[in-house]
Structure formats: C-alpha cells, structure tokens
Design a protein around this ligand. Sequence first.
Ligand code: ADP
Length: 450
Amino acid sequence: MFDKVLVANRGEVAVRVVRALRELGVCSVVVYSDIDKNTLAVQLADESVCIGPTPSAQSYLNIPAIIGAASSRKAQAIHPGYGFLAENATFARICADNGLVFIGPSPEAIEMMGDKNVARETMMRIGVPTVPGSDGSLETPEEAAVFAEKVGYPVLIKASAGGGGKGMRIVESPDQLESLFNAAKAEAQAAFGNDEVYLEKYLLRPRHIEIQVLADTHGNALHLCERDCSIQRRHQKLVEEAPSPAVSPELRARMGETALMAVREVGYVGAGTVEFLLDTNGSFYFMEMNTRIQVEHPITELITGTDLIKEQIRIAAGEPISFVDRAPFEPNGHAIEFRINAEDPANNFWPSPGAVTALSVPGGPGVRLDTHLYYGYTVPPSYDSLVAKLVVWGTTREEAIARGRRALDELKIEGIKTTIPFHKKVVDEQDFNAGLAHTDYIPTHEQVLL
Ligand code: ADP
C-alpha cells in the first residue's frame, strides 16, 4: 500500500477520498485553489497545498502545479476524483512520467473510451448493441440527413467528446436538421475544443441504466449490479437508485456480462461505469463508458456492502480486488441518492452560491450524507453546484423511499437555495413511487414537480 496519496479535486469527492485514505492508514495531501483554503477536505487531510488562483484552469486543471505538489510532498499516487482531470489521458501519462501512480485506468483505456464515437465503434465491433445511428463522425448536415432518414426521426446529434449533456441536440424533423447540426457542432467546439459530432436515433422514454465494473491487475473483473439514473434534468442526473425497478435478475446478468465484454476488450483496470439506455421493449444499447469513479457510486456501495474508493486505491497499489469471492453480486436491499445542488428549483435551477447560515443534518438507520458543507462555509460560485449527496438505504424500495422522505425533512440548509424541495416532491410523486421513471420524467411531470 502507498504511504501518501495526493487528492487532485475539491468538494465532497475530495472529502470522500480523504476518508478512504484515513481508513487505509494512508497519509493524504489535498490540493486547493485560493478560494478553497477553508474547505472541509483541507481541514480533514493530513497535508494541503495551494496550487493556484480560483479559476479551475489555473488550479484544479493546472497539471504542472499538481505534479509539483505531489513531488514536493513525496506522494506516490494521485486520486483524481471525478470531473477535472479524472478522464484526461495526458494527465495520466504525465503522472507516470513523473513516477506517480494515477489512480485510474491506463491512458490508452481512457483514450479508447473518451471519444464516444470511437467507443461506440469499438463496442459494435465486439457485438455489443449500440443505438442505431451514423457510422462514425459526420462532416455535413447532408451526411447527417442520410442517416436520419435511415433510422427515422427523432434523432439526436451528439458530440464525440461530449459530457455533462453538452453538445447534444434533439432533431424532430428534417427541416430542423441543418440548424441543429450546426448548433451542436458549435457547442461541442466551445465546450470541448473538438467539434466532431455523430448521430443516434432518439429513443422515446428510455431508462438510463449503468453497470459498475471493477477490474484489477491480477486478471479479476467483476460487475457490481446496475444503477438507474433516469431522473435527469437536461441530461444531468438528479436522483439515482440501485437496483433498478426495471431490471430483472436475468437482465442484470446479461447487462453485467456485456459491460465486462467492454472491460476485457480495452484491458480496463480500476473502477468504471458502462452506461446503457434500456428501451420500453427491454432492449438495451451501449451509450458510453466513464473511466473514473462516478458521483452516484455510494448507492452501489450500499447494496453491495463495498467501499469502491478504497478498492480503487488497493487496485492502483497492485493488490487484487478484496471481494472477488463475493461475485456475482446480488443487490442487498435498495438505495437512493438525491443530489443536493446549490440551485433554485423554483427559478429554473439557477445557481445559488453563498454562505451557509444554518445546517442540520439527518441521521439514523440507513442514512448517509456525503458533503463538504459545514456551518459558516461559503459555497463559491466558481465550481460545480453539487454540495451534498443524501443517500438512503432500505431493505425494500418502499422503505428506502420512506427513509428518503424522512431524511429530506430532517436536512436543513439555510443561506443558499438547494434542490431539497424538488426531491421532496419526487418522493411523493405517484409514478416515481410506482418505479416508472424514464429519462423524460421531469419534463413530463413538470406540473407536479416544479
Ligand atoms: P453525457 O456524456 O453528456 O452525459 P450521455 O451520452 O451519457 O451524455 O447521455 C446523457 C443522457 O442523454 C442519457 O442518460 C439520456 O437521458 C440521453 N440520451 C443520450 N443518448 C440518447 C438517445 N440515443 N436517445 C434518447 N436519449 C438519449
């Protein structure tokens, strides 16, 4: 095991990694930007290093400063969390060049999965179903039109370098194609510096089902069941649950095995997630693979009794997965995650940074709160709006929902607006309770939810 690991992230995930390191008996070094000098992760870590001014381009994305901090503090490895440099193959390579272990997959695996269009082609080659669409990237609206006719409208234009729902446009009819094609290309260029786009048939009311996978350097690869992340706003997840109300043991086994095909094909090592869309006929299609830990990993931890962050660190240190003998996993109970963002659901989810003037946190059986908030902390406007993840577990889905309702009532955050009122409406909504949510759930339930 390592003696010292640097955490190249902020917010709740930095706290989560520091906690895992403490439990493993590993010394932690947290890096921070100017505005983050009083964050909880900095307070909890063994050591901390300022790596630059507030803008992330000059701090959390500043590779020389991060490598310099790791070297000067004699860290042996870097945990990138999620976001920032977590899926940056160049960063993973620079870590290796400097004798540092990047806690994640190889740069080659990141590259193969990082371009969604290349990943899609790779999956097609090994026989994994993908959503019908274009063969490769598209140069012109005319080319797009050919594939759109072939698969039938509506279609979705997607950025090859996409993430966070950016660079995506739904095209309902041929007359919209040219302008939306150009808009998607321009947005992709602005967001990712890469204007490559491709096209997929737009599935109607599918579910977003993803499989958590884990592989080590000893040849072990296993999956840890699915997460249902269908409740999304503008293609961004807000509520996740595991297991999915729509996945039978038989479907779970098939999707799990399909995810492991992807893992084997790219020689994947570490924790990863293979994302699928499940249509209303029960067919599933590969969408993309995220080559990092995900925000919603705690729900998987709760239904499998595992610690995925500690496992990532063990794997990076060359140890085998500690629970190989427990696979294949059967979900134990039911877990739900509510993303608490500093946003105002009554005002179009407008960001709401500011000082936390009161904080009261839930507890009791089956409740976990992963947060970097504390009384008196000021949420800066400069970064992602996620401020807490309320995660509940119950022996049944009904118990998990009741517990979620109870814990949401106990959670009080004042001074900033949050998504708590939105979640309170979700847990009381009929279709959610019946397990019927799909990726169009929020737009089709606006009357009740917003
Ligand atoms: P990103 O990487 O930007 O998050 P994804 O490819 O993961 O983008 O897709 C995000 C969400 O967009 C999905 O969870 C789903 O709700 C929607 N989506 C993506 N592709 C399709 C499709 N072909 N049909 C319908 N919805 C889709």
